[in-house]
Design a protein around this ligand. Structure first.
Ligand SMILES: Cc1cc2nc3c(=O)[nH]c(=O)nc-3n(C[C@H](O)[C@H](O)[C@H](O)COP(=O)(O)OP(=O)(O)OC[C@H]3O[C@@H](n4cnc5c(N)ncnc54)[C@H](O)[C@@H]3O)c2cc1C
Length: 607
C-alpha cells in the first residue's frame, strides 16, 4: 500500500497546491516539478530509510568517551537526503534553494518520517538555518546557515537544562563577554558560555563536518546576577568546532563536551545528549568557556527561538502523523492476511467452515477505520497548516495576516492532536496484530515507542493546552478564534448543500458552538486557575472539532470525485470521525464549562 495517492489527493484535489505557481516566488514551478520532488523523496525514503528502521532501533548510538558511532545506514541516508537538496528546498535560488512551497516540502518530508522517523530528515538543521536566515547577520548566514543547507554542517536547538524543561525562564547557562573587543568579532558579539544542556537531539555525531548549536543562555547583569524570567534570555551560535569567516575550521575545538547519551524508549536512531558547555574539557585560548556568537539582541533570545519552535511544532505533528500512518499500513496489511475465527450469524458459528481473515470482523474494521480517520485526518491538518505558512509568506497582506493568526491558534493542535491520536492509532495497530503486535518481530511496537515522544518534547501536552486556552484563543481579542470559526462556517455552508453531508455539517456547527460556549465559561471568573485546570480536556475537544472540520472539508473534495474505493474510504473515515469521535467532546467540555476543580483542589496527602 502506498502513501502517495493520499498525498496527491490532499495536495492537488483538496488544497489545489499547483495554483501556488501563480505567485511570483513559485512561478517556475508546476505540478511536474512538485511531482518530481515527491518522486525523489519517495524513492530515497524507500531505498535508504525504510529498510534500516529496525536496525537503527537495535544498534543504538554508542559513545566510547571520545566519539559517537552511528550505523553506516544512518550516514548513507543523511548523505542521500542532503544530496537531494531538501535541506534548502524552500530557500531562494540565490542561495542554492529550490523556492519550493512549504506545503510541498512538508508533504515530501512525510515519506521520510514514515519510513524511519529516527534516522531523521534534517528538520533541526533546516529549522536552525532558517532561524539564522531570519535573525542572523549576513556573516552568520553565510558561515553557518548556508553550510547547514548544503549538508556540510548540522544544527541543534539547545533550550532544555536538567532543571529547566517546561519552564525555560529558569535556564541558568551563563554567557559573559569574551574579553576586550568582544563586540567586534566578524561572526557576531563573542561570549563565553558555561552551563549544561539536557536532552539535546543530534547533539553529537560524526554525520557532518561540524555541529552548530543554537543555545539559550543568560547574560548576567553588572552585579553578576541572572535576570529572572524569559526577558533575560539571549540566543547564541555555538559551533562544535571553531571556524573562520569563510566557514573553514580553524583547527580548534570549541569547549562543548558530550557528558553522555540518553538511552531512550524509542527514536533511537537519533542521538540524544547531555552537553556540557564551558567546563574546560576543550579550553579555547587556554581558557574554559564555550565560544558563542550572539544572534539578534541581548534578552530577545526566546523571541528568535520561537521562529524555530513553531516550525518544529508542525514538524513534530507531521512526524507523529506519519508514525501513526506507518502503523495503519502495517496493520491493514496484517489484517488482510491473518486468518482467524469465523463470522457470527443468526445460526451461530459453523466450526467446520474455513476461517476468515481478521479484516472481515467488524471490530477489526473499527480499529482500522479509527486509524485511518486519525492519521489521514492529521495529515490533512498538517498540510493545511503548511499551506497557511505559504499564505503567510507569499499571500497578499490581509491574507498573510489572517494566515499568521490562524497558525497561532492551530499550531498547538497541529503539534498535539497527532501526538495523542496517532499514538492511539499505533496502539490500535498493535491490537490488530494481537500477540504478534507485542513482539519485536513486527514493526508496530517500535512505531508506538517512537511516537510516545511526541507528547513530551516541543512543549508537553499540558503546556500546549495551556498555551491554547491561556493565550492563543484570547490573543488579539479572540480574533484568531473568530477567524477559525469563520473558516469552519464556510465549510459548513458548503457541506449543508450536499444531502449526504448535511447532517455532519449540522453536527460540526453544534460542536463549534459548544467550544465557543466552553471557552467563555472557562474564563467566566477571569481567574486563570479556574480556567486552566482543565486545559487538556479543552484542547482535546478543540482538536476533535478542528479535525471534524478538516474531515468535512476533505469530504467535500472526495464527494466531488468519481466513485472509487478511495472515495468510499475517505467518506467512510469522515463518517467514522463524526459518529465515533466527535460526540466525545461533550464529556471533555463539561468539566471545562463547569470549571471543575476535582483535580486542582485535591491535597497531595489524598493521593
Ligand atoms: C527524546 C527527547 C528529545 C528532546 N530534544 C530536545 C532538543 O533537541 N532540544 C531541547 O532543548 N530539548 C529537547 N527535549 C526536551 C523536551 O523539550 C523536554 O523534555 C520538555 O520540554 C519537558 O521538560 P522536562 O522533561 O524537564 O519535564 P518537566 O518540565 O519537568 O515536566 C514534567 C511534567 O510536568 C508537567 N508540567 C511542567 N510544568 C507545568 C506547568 N507549569 N503546568 C502544568 N504542568 C506542568 C509537564 O506537562 C509534564 O507532564 C527533548 C526531550 C526528549 C525526551
Amino acid at each position: 500500500m502506498s502513501l502517495r495517492p493520499t498525498i496527491d489527493f490532499l495536495l492537488y484535489d483538496w488544497l489545489a497546491t499547483e495554483g501556488l505557481n501563480q505567485r511570483e516566488r513559485f512561478a517556475d514551478h508546476s505540478r511536474e516539478t512538485f511531482d518530481a520532488v515527491l518522486d525523489t523523496c519517495e524513492r530515497i525514503a524507500r531505498e535508504k530509510y525504510a529498510p534500516f528502521n529496525r536496525l537503527v532501533d537495535t544498534q543504538e548510538p554508542h559513545f566510547d568517551g571520545e566519539k559517537v558511532t552511528l550505523p553506516q545506514a544512518t550516514h548513507d541516508a543523511h548523505k542521500a537526503y542532503a544530496e537531494s537538496g531538501m535541506l534548502s528546498a524552500a530557500q531562494d535560488y540565490g542561495v542554492g534553494g529550490m523556492q519550493l512551497p512549504y506545503t510541498v516540502e512538508s508533504a515530501s518530508n512525510a515519506f521520510f518520517a514514515m519510513a524511519s522517523v529516527s534516522i531523521g530528515s534534517g528538520m533541526l538543521t533546516t529549522g536552525n538555518a532558517n532561524l539564522l536566515m531570519k535573525h542572523g547577520t549576513e556573516a552568520q548566514q553565510r558561515v553557518f546557515a548556508l553550510n547547514e543547507f548544503s549538508g556540510r554542517f548540522s544544527g541543534t536547538m539547545c533550550l532544555s537544562e536538567p532543571q529547566a524543561g517546561s519552564s525555560l525562564s529558569d535556564v541558568v547557562t551563563r554567557a559573559v563577554p569574551d574579553g576586550e573587543g568582544f563586540e567586534a568579532d566578524p561572526l557576531g558579539p563573542r561570549y563565553r558560555l558555561k552551563g549544561n544542556k539536557m536532552w539535546i537531539s543530534a547533539g553529537e555525531h560524526e554525520l557532518t563536518e561540524n555541529i552548530i548549536h543554537l543555545v539559550l543562555a543568560k547574560i548576567p547583569d553588572s552585579d553578576g546576577k541572572l535576570v529572572p524570567g524569559t526577558r533575560g534570555i539571549s540566543l547564541f551560535i555555538v559551533p562544535k568546532k571553531l571556524v573562520d569567516t569563510e566557514g573553514q575550521p580553524t583547527g580548534e575545538r570549541n569547549d562543548v563536551a558530550l557528558a553522555g547519551l540518553n538511552h531512550k524508549c524509542g527514536w533511537r536512531g537519533t542521538t540524544n545528549t547531555l552537553l556540557n558547555f564551558g567546563e574546560g574539557k576543550y579550553p579555547v585560548n587556554g581558557e574554559a568557556g564555550a565560544i558563542g556568537y550572539l544572534v539578534g539582541q541581548p534578552g530577545k533570545g526566546l523571541h528568535c527561538m520561537f521562529h524555530m519552535m513553531n516550525e518544529a511544532r508542525i514538524g513534530v505533528g507531521m512526524a507523529a502523523t506519519m508514525l501513526g500512518m506507518a502503523g495503519y499500513h502495517a496493520s491493514l496489511d496484517y489484517a488482510k492476511n491473518r486468518p482467524q475465527g469465523r463470522p457470527v450469524s443468526t445460526g451461530g458459528k459453523d466450526a467446520a467452515a474455513p476461517q476468515v481473515r481478521i479484516i472481515e470482523h467488524a471490530d477489526v474494521k473499527r480499529m482500522l477505520l479509527a486509524q485511518k480517520s486519525y492519521c489521514e485526518g492529521a495529515l490533512a491538518l498538517e498540510l493545511y497548516c503548511a499551506r497557511l505558512v505559504d499564505e503567510q509568506h507569499t499571500g497578499a497582506a490581509d491574507v498573510a495576516d489572517d494566515a499568521r493568526l490562524l497558525l497561532e491558534v492551530l499550531t498547538p493542535i497541529a503539534k498535539s492532536w497527532p501526538s495523542e491520536w496517532c499514538l492511539e492509532a499505533n496502539s490500535l495497530a498493535i491490537q490488530v496484530h494481537g500477540g504478534y503486535g507485542y513482539t519485536r518481530d513486527f514493526p508496530v511496537e517500535q512505531y508506538w515507542r517512537d511516537n510516545r515522544l511526541n507528547m513530551i518534547h516541543e512543549g508537553t501536552h499540558g503546556i500546549q493546552a495551556m498555551d491554547l486556552l491561556g493565550r492563543k484563543v484570547l490573543m488579539e481579542n479572540g480574533k484568531g478564534l473568530q477567524l477559525l470559526a469563520g473558516r469552519i462556517n464556510t465549510t459548513i455552508e458548503r457541506a449543508i448543500q450536499q444531502p449526504e453531508l448535511a447532517a455532519h455539517a449540522n453536527a460540526l456547527g453544534a460542536a463549534l458552538a459548544q467550544v465557543g460556549a466552553a471557552t467563555k465559561a472557562a474564563w467566566a471568573t477571569g481567574n486563570p486557575q479556574d480556567a486552566l485546570a482543565n486545559a487538556v480536556p479543552y484542547m482535546q475537544a478543540f482538536g476533535h472539532t478542528v479535525l471534524a472540520w478538516i474531515w468535512l472539508d476533505v469530504a467535500l473534495a472526495a464527494h466531488a470525485a468519481a466513485d472509487s474505493p478511495a472515495r468510499t474510504g475517505r467518506l467512510s473515515a469522515m463518517r467514522f470521525f463524526f459518529n465515533y469521535e466527535l460526540p466525545k467532546i461533550g464529556a471533555w467540555l463539561q468539566v471545562v464549562s463547569s470549571r471543575d476543580q476535582t483535580c486542582a483542589n485535591l491535597p497531595e496527602e489524598a493521593f
